[in-house]
Design a protein around this ligand. Sequence first.
Ligand SMILES: [Zn+2]
Ligand SMILES: [Zn+2]
Length: 161
Amino acid sequence: MSPYLRLFRRYLREQGLPVTPQREAVADTIFTSSGHLSVEDIELALRGTGERIGKATIYRTMEILVRSGLVEEHDFGEGFKRYEHLFGQTPVHEHLICLNCHEVVEFQSPEVVRVQEETARQHGFVSTRHRLEIYGLCSKCQASGVELPDEGLTCPVELLH
Ligand SMILES: [Zn+2]
Ligand SMILES: [Zn+2]
């Protein structure tokens, strides 16, 4: 069981929300994973440990976790959200997202951080955070002959409009 579960319990109590074994199991799944999990991934992981928890409960728990600041939510343009916990993570990291196998790779770039600060300064802005997502094909998919899906040619965010 993740040591961070304690923080989630405390948050639930502070908010006057019930601390249920289901909520704890969902939170534990995300806290013990280093990945970027979808609700479906979480459901499968729980099933693997013999827990049967419905998607609605997982969604609601993820909403609470995001509100608590313990988990970050990502929209990589796949039509669903992904979640990662914020412990032991490098505070600033960017994402590469494969449009074929949906692998998410994290990387750090002092250069990107520098550009954020410089751009903010030029616009008289004080910046707190930024988000950079690079979409394309991972090396494994390229090696297995996968071709870039059409939506890879436009910004996935633009396709939503
Ligand atoms: Zn791939
Ligand atoms: Zn990440």
